[in-house]
Design a binder for this molecule. Structure first.
Ligand code: SF4
Length: 289
């Protein structure tokens, strides 16, 4: 199949769907690819292949979701030129966060964190985002879901499964350039060069390029969970060569998954917060001989 024909067919099929609808069929996502490649292939298997029930839910995850919901509310107000009442946005975060804490079983907090401390932290972080996000950027998309084929510049579709995801926010900058923004809550500032290698930027820019035939830019807007939160914009640019590499990576991961190649990465920094730690302890302890 050729690239342009694919694109036309694809656009008709997927116009304006939501991420949860794309999740109904088998797919690749940045999270799944990243889990296999950069976190732990065994944790990938527990989640996506063996469907093991997680032993706990990380507070970090639900905190991030509540923060995103409030940041979307802010973006929505900017998109429609409505007044931004900081207290409304912060209250929306608190409602979402505290409700999620009530409804989620086995939440795992890190160190001396608790729901009230994180509530106060989240509110300060939103204040920080509101003060630092450039108002001259015109919001043109919020929570934009995509579902695109994974293919290389030779027009070869490398896997039957599509790549899905959701772009937090799309803006048009004063110079007319399109920028895809992903909000990140982080324990500390990102290390230099982290955004340059991040696979999420590659996945999302590939998807935007496929759907719009535009090479956009990408930025992680990182807000730290520190006592006094800091905002930093980390830009990432990608090329067609990067998209080819992504296709190669997804094919390689797909081949490894189909071959059942899963093994623990016990020196990973992710082990401390892993929700499959008990299952992992059991794995491999029975001799196969
Ligand atoms: S505990 Fe560590 S090695 Fe085991 S599944 Fe989790 S991340 Fe992988």
């Amino acid at each position: 199949m050729r690239y342009s024909a694919n694109r036309k067919r694809h656009r008709k099929r997927v116009f304006m769907r939501k991420l949860f609808e794309y999740k109904e069929r088998e797919h690749w996502s940045f999270s799944s690819i990243n889990k296999y490649l950069n976190i732990c292939s065994l944790a990938y298997a527990f989640q996506y292949v063996y469907r093991v029930k997680p032993e706990h839910t990380s507070a970090r995850l639900i905190f991030g979701s509540a923060f995103h919901a409030a940041a979307e509310m802010l973006a929505e107000k900017r998109m429609h030129g409505k007044p931004e009442k900081a207290e409304d946005i912060k209250d929306y975060f608190s409602d979402t966060w505290l409700r999620a804490c009530r409804l989620t079983e086995n939440i795992c907090f890190k160190g001396n964190e608790d729901k009230n401390k994180l509530n106060a932290t989240g509110r300060s972080m939103l204040q920080c985002l509101m003060e630092n996000w450039d108002c001259n950027e015109r919001v043109i998309g919020i929570a934009s879901a995509f579902c695109v084929p994974v293919m290389n510049s030779e027009n070869e579709i490398v896997t039957e499964l599509p790549l899905i995801g959701e772009i937090d926010c799309i803006v048009e900058r004063p110079d007319g350039k399109i920028l895809l923004i992903d909000w990140k809550t982080a324990a500390k500032k990102w290390a230099d060069g982290k955004a340059e290698k991040d696979l999420q930027a590659t996945c999302f820019l590939h998807a935007y390029h496929w759907e719009n035939n535009v090479m956009a830019e990408f930025a992680f807007d990182v807000i730290t969970k520190t006592k006094v939160p800091a905002y930093e914009r980390c830009y990432a640019e990608r090329t067609i060569g990067d998209f080819n590499k992504l296709a190669r990576l997804v094919k390689t991961v797909g081949d490894a998954v189909n071959a059942g190649i899963f093994y623990p990465n016990e020196q990973s920094c992710f082990c401390a917060d892993c929700c499959y730690a008990d299952a992992c302890k059991e794995w491999g302890t029975e001799s196969l001989l």
